[in-house]
Design a protein around this ligand. Structure first.
Ligand code: ASP
Ligand code: MG
Length: 634
């Protein structure tokens, strides 16, 4: 008999009617032969109301007392849910976080789960109860009540499922919410977005981090780490939602499963940083030390001994970021440039690993729309581009006679991410994501639509055994997990210096390269000077010469000022893991390990599940050993 964990959010338990609906769903799962655990949030706006109550008393309430207060919201919900189930004739029992031993660290208001004791849960299930567990809360090692951070009930649900799985049960977790599932993109911006039937953990992580998420990255990281199949579904219907699972074979055939927009980021470029070992480490260690999560990082290789490091942070962290970097910028003799409003548009898909031409199609669609790409980075299964929202004075000038009205309008639009939204629509349609496909409207042999959802199988996961071993070594369940480091010495790199910074140039480059059937792996583009960009990308070394001549021929026709270089002597190192998004510091450890060996980093690329760097090929093996040691994988 399998265990089903069902999570209901605040709106799904907000009144008696909704509570009974939730209770009925739990009972139905039980009657289908499962053991059922229900995790609930506080009713409706209870948590906000409690925060407001505290604010009437204190402007800086202590975190410990806030946790004591906030945890009461979920305590009300669990008792009411258990009563509703009992009222409908089934056995139910409710537990607070402390009663079932959800032990966290002592960071009140954003505690992380360390362990869960499944003994009491198991006993209650075995005696035929539906078990109702309070979301969002736990207890620290001193016995004080803690909470996990806003929206933390998803994490509780996945964590409880993971703990039951560790205890030997077959588990799945259903997240009931107010949408039907995960869509190919935000349906509020693109009305013909399509519901996805199944998506991999990694794809979902990449999407969630860009605001496409109906779920927090943190709970998906948890699910991936413990391989807990998740389903996001609508609490107001019985429709089958979206499975979030380990990668199935058919997913590898889908180059792009979704596109996402993040419109709350700012871009920072450090120009003229010395191209020497330890420089990136200095920058990112300082940011990690201040607990600032860096999102998109792209370091270009630079010329004349100088490199450019570009990255994004969320707008709310911009001021702090500038402050932290000020002394370092001075020390490095670099210049710091900030673009306050940028939109990041990303395409995500597991099939991108093996299908060529994704970058070309994406950049082509954006070029056709006249969108200028200010930065490009790629991950294993995503490509992100950055678009400036604030129209520059020059652009306003060029479009029509400059007027105050015009400038005001441009700034208003920048707040609404008008360009980002437009780009999102263009990319969604370029990949025909509204059309049914396997795993989104069309059946795969794995996705069934039977009365009670069975999950996609068989699941193939490239690093599952390495991951299981690494998980076993973790101290706390939510600790960051680095599951592997890899070295690729079969790649070469093309760099274009001084590419004119106008829409369409990157599209042309990748169009030419894809035309030769060459699979492009890592791409980094940064703006390196006035009106000039530097574009680097890696290709299989066997294709390097061809890629070089295709690029040269193309660029000869564009601008005689740009220079093309091919480098066959590179090594690409990847660190793979889970939790890189929500824990700062993985990049710091990685760059620190390389700096410690005096190895210069020539290119950097990051995503949710992977950080990649390029170094000189001579240092490849030594770099690999240093990374393995730094992450305890040696
Ligand atoms: N009640 C908590 C909150 O509102 C936890 C949750 O809803 O998941 O943040
Ligand atoms: Mg809530």
């Amino acid at each position: 008999m399998g265990v089903v964990v069902q999570k209901f959010g605040g709106s799904s338990v907000k009144n008696a009617e909704r509570l009974f609906e939730a209770a009925r769903k739990a009972i139905r799962a039980k009657h289908a032969g499962h053991q059922v655990i229900v995790v609930v949030s506080a009713q409706g706006s209870t948590t906000d109301d409690l925060i407001a109550k505290a604010a009437e008393i204190s402007s800086s309430p202590s975190a410990r007392e806030m946790d004591m207060l906030l945890a009461t919201g979920e305590q009300i919900s669990i008792a009411l849910t258990a009563l509703a189930i009992q009222e409908l004739g089934e056995k139910a029992i409710s537990f607070t976080g402390s009663q079932i031993g959800i032990v966290t660290d002592s960071t009140h208001r954003k505690a992380r789960i360390k362990s869960i004791d499944t003994r009491r849960l198991g006993e209650a299930l075995d005696s035929g109860h539906i078990v109702v567990v309070a979301g969002f809360q736990g207890i620290d090692e001193q016995g004080d009540i803690s909470t996990l951070g806003r929206g933390g009930s998803d994490t509780t649900a996945v964590a409880v499922a993971a703990a039951m799985k560790q205890a030997g049960k077959d588990v799945q977790c259903e997240i009931f919410t107010d949408v039907d599932g995960v869509y190919t993109t935000d349906p509020r911006i693109v009305p013909d977005a399509r519901k996805i039937d199944a998506i991999s953990y990694d794809e979902m992580l990449e999407m969630a981090s860009m605001g496409a998420g109906v779920m927090h990255s943190r709970s998906i990281e948890f699910a991936k780490k413990y391989d807990v199949p998740l389903m996001v579904r609508n609490a107001a219907s019985d429709a089958v939602g979206t499975w979030i699972v380990g990668e199935s074979r058919w997913m590898g055939e889908i180059p792009v499963c979704g596109v996402a927009l993040a419109a709350d980021e700012a871009r920072i470029t450090l120009e003229g940083v010395p191209d020497q070992p330890g420089v990136s480490h200095k920058v990112f260690a300082a940011l990690a030390g201040a607990n600032i999560a860096v999102d998109m990082i792209g370091q270009s290789i630079g010329a004349g001994g100088k490199a450019t490091i570009g990255f994004t942070v969320i707008n709310a962290e911009l001021e702090r970021t500038k402050k932290v970097l000020a002394p370092i910028v001075g020390e490095l003799g670099a210049t710091l440039n900030v673009t306050e409003r940028v939109s990041k548009v990303s395409v995500v898909g597991a099939g991108m690993r093996t299908v060529s031409g994704v970058a070309e199609r994406m950049f082509g669609a954006l070029a056709a729309d006249g969108v200028n790409l200010k930065m490009i980075t790629t991950g294993d299964i995503k490509i992100s581009v950055l678009i400036e929202e604030d129209a520059t004075a020059a652009e306003i000038e060029a479009s029509e006679p400059a007027s105050k009205e015009k400038i005001k309008k441009a700034h208003e639009e920048s707040k609404k991410a008008v360009r980002g939204r437009k780009a999102l629509r263009a990319v969604h349609s370029a990949f025909a994501l509204a059309r049914p496909r396997k795993g989104a409207g069309l059946p795969t042999d794995a996705v069934t639509t039977s009365d009670y959802p069975t999950r996609p199988a068989p699941l193939v996961s490239s690093d599952s055994s390495a991951r299981a071993q690494a998980v076993a070594r973790l101290d706390g369940m939510e600790d960051v997990l680095v599951s592997g480091v890899h070295l690729n010495v079969d790649a070469g790199r093309i760099t274009v210096f001084d590419l004119p910074d106008v829409p369409g140039n990157c599209a042309k480059v990748f169009d030419a390269v894809a035309g030769g059937g060459i699979l492009v792996d890592m791409i980094v583009q940064n703006i390196t000077g006035p009106q000039r960009a530097e574009l680097s990308f890696t290709v299989p070394r066997a294709d390097l010469d061809r890629a070089e001549s295709l690029t040269r021929t193309l660029l000869a026709g564009i601008d005689s000022g740009c220079r093309v270089e091919a480098d066959a002597d590179i090594a690409v190192l990847y660190v793979l893991g889970v939790g890189m998004r929500t824990h700062t510091g993985v990049a710091r450890t990685m760059f620190g390990a390389l700096a410690g060996q005096g190895i210069n980093i020539e290119m950097i690329n990051t995503s949710e599940v992977c950080i990649g760097v390029v170094v000189d090929r001579r240092h490849g093996e030594r770099a690999l050993a240093a990374l393995a040691a730094a992450f305890g994988l040696a």
